[in-house]
Design a protein around this ligand. Sequence first.
Ligand SMILES: Cc1cc2nc3c(=O)[nH]c(=O)nc-3n(C[C@H](O)[C@H](O)[C@H](O)COP(=O)(O)OP(=O)(O)OC[C@H]3O[C@@H](n4cnc5c(N)ncnc54)[C@H](O)[C@@H]3O)c2cc1C
Length: 434
Amino acid sequence: MAWDFNTEPEFQEKLDWIRSFVKDEVEPLDLAFSGAHLVYDKKHPVHAEVLRPLQEKVKAQDLWACHLDTELGGKGFGQVKLALMNEILGRSAWAPSAFGCQAPDSGNAEILAHYGTPEQKDRYLSPLLEGQICSCYSMTEPQAGSDPQQFRCRAERDGDSWVIQGEKWFSSNLRFAEFAIVMVVTNPEVPIYQGASMLLVPMDTPGIRFIRHTGLGSEAEGSGSHAYVHYDGVRVPAENMLGGEGQAFKIAQTRLGGGRLHHAMRTVGSMQRCFDMLCERVLSRTTQGEQLAKKQMVQEAIADSWIELLQFRLQVLHAAWTVDQVGGHAARAQIAGVKVATPTAYRNAVMRAMHLHGALGLSNEMPFMGMLQASVAMGIADGPTEVHKITVARQALKDYEPSSGLWPSEHLPERSAAARARFAHLLEHTVGNH
Ligand SMILES: Cc1cc2nc3c(=O)[nH]c(=O)nc-3n(C[C@H](O)[C@H](O)[C@H](O)COP(=O)(O)OP(=O)(O)OC[C@H]3O[C@@H](n4cnc5c(N)ncnc54)[C@H](O)[C@@H]3O)c2cc1C
């Protein structure tokens, strides 16, 4: 009997330490340095003065960069432990940086660790793992995101170099990055899935031209961190190719599976935070002579949020466990299923908590509007929900075959006839007794 929801006592101690460390030492950074970009702007003095000492404390606890396997330079925690850890980190925008697992750097570190040459690891992976620099993953183009067949950004071989020409869009944190991993078409004669490659592009390379710094929602024009960028004759040495020529999509899969799951793990933490705020509010506020918590429709909201949080948490933990058992590739239905569930689960949790806070909930004095925006982004970033539903459906259908005859295998007349024939002697007896 192997079903078990217990946490090993030694790891529970680690989780307890993480919880109080994040609350007491990291969350104040969210309040004092609330601009989301500062997390990535490694030149801001808060990194050297405040974050670095916190990172040292995390390293002393042996909890740094836990998302990577031991042979890749990490702690080899596996996804279930990561899920339990990330639930706590999800409460703070700064916490992943404090623990060396900030996206997109964590995913970029993963593919560098898997596919990088010793020189590439030395130059890009080591400082990334140390949290000294930040990086960008530059794949989406203005005319195409979820359909890579429309990607046009080209790299052509010229002697010992690749020369990149084209545009990318929503390249998050490029303005703060030391380097970008850029997906480029290197062979337009074959389907994109065999004709695209990844190039490591240091940001001081001539020809990188920002067209706009696009922001989310109500961010002031020009202050956003999702770059619209033109790679205008950007020349990098041939040895800057990550993996082999034509391997971009194989590499991207390594990166995106874990990343999607980690976003979901952190979303569990954000949903728990919404639930905590909801419960505190309905116990604190009275209307018409009684606590909000006494109203039946409010109790319905509490119950729905509690149930959905539990369901989503179990789905994420199950997907994490499946990855640990069979690997990310074989668990792609579970990962895609989690990716599909994340935006709706998060949005419902935010909406109920926000609504029950009344005007305060919509105000800039509570965190809900930012959380609502984040929940919507979960349904777009790393591919829109529809695309992941297609993956779930395709994987699910692999376990099925068409029915062999005219009628479905569950068609009642045939099944009933077979059952009646099997029990004919008893049926005659039953009929005779009436
Ligand atoms: C916060 C955020 C951060 C991001 N960071 C990065 C980054 O760092 N690097 C990067 O390269 N990209 C990044 N992206 C871009 C992201 O990967 C793309 O937005 C995503 O892949 C969708 O592409 P698109 O925006 O072009 O939408 P489109 O591909 O145009 O899709 C638009 C809509 O069409 C529908 N649709 C699409 N395909 C299908 C289908 N097959 N069936 C049915 N309906 C469909 C969906 O409703 C979808 O939302 C980021 C996006 C966000 C929101």
